[in-house]
Write a protein that binds this ligand. Sequence first.
Ligand code: GTQ
Length: 338
Amino acid sequence: MKSELDRFQQQLAAHHLAPLWQVLRTLAPREPPAIAAPALWPAALLREQVLAAGRLISAEQAERRVLVLENPALSGQSRITPSLYAGVQLILPGERARSHRHTATALRLVLTGEGAYTCVDGERVAMHPGDFIITPSWSFHEHANEGSEPVIWLDGLDIPVVNLLGAAFSEDDAVARRPQTRASGDALARYGSGLVPVEYVRQGAACPLFCYPYERTRAALEQLQGSATPDDEPLRLMFTDPTTGASPILTMGAFVQLIPAGVRTRPYRCTDGTVFAVLEGAAEVHLEHTSWTIAPHDIFVVPGWSWHSFAARRDTVLFSFSDRPLQQILRLWREQRA
Ligand code: GTQ
């Protein structure tokens, strides 16, 4: 026997109305539900699959030859977390990925290979393993490999955020190759040493520094390891815009951490689901329902608000990125340490 309330609720849908009382706890959960799943892509698998793509489709045909890292709980959505896109890009010797731009911001973390460069708004930067490189929103960029070996990197983009907001635009450049308007290394020379030219005035919205060479990142981690106190655990650093001290990207934060051999980090969780790339070492990752052994160039994702800890067998260096700065601007970000 249907109650009057049941009958009332059923007819609401015809008017494109719905009773909040049936969905309130879903809309405003007591704490963040698990939307994404933890997942690990071993380095050997990624390399094998992306090189197979390299035999079947050219960078020119593909525009960007990328295998998208799809969260197993979000398949078909090109998302590694609810708010982030990640992919593994391959560029073979002699190839070029033509100049284009989009409103989504990209970050790159070079995994393997030497000899490629990316050109961002007329400035070329050589790509070396471990380098962290930014392609700001709406800046023309192209990639090319002038070396003799395949070059593979991790792409991270804020595509799901930009698309959610209905602000996705893109265009091809009129030319496949943008003329170099600034000398290679210009941004690093001006902004890369904790110094800024006295006459500096911000032009546009983007961070003026867009390449963070691994050589310098590694040196910073080593110095930190030398001067760290037990309170410093974990030895995690955030890439910053030298002109503001804040994240160089508003939507995405990028981090690098060193976990010394023998150290087991305290279980930790934060509301930003995080994508990790292993740069060096050997470690175990302990999650709520699973554990992994990780090695260089493995990529893995830890969903938001899920407990995780690391146990390093050797000195381990992890790069990571997440939507933390966006959550912090919105005053939503939370973390917890066991
Ligand atoms: O390199 O420009 O993984 O436009 C996805 C979209 C890479 C790129 C991606 C892109 C790019």
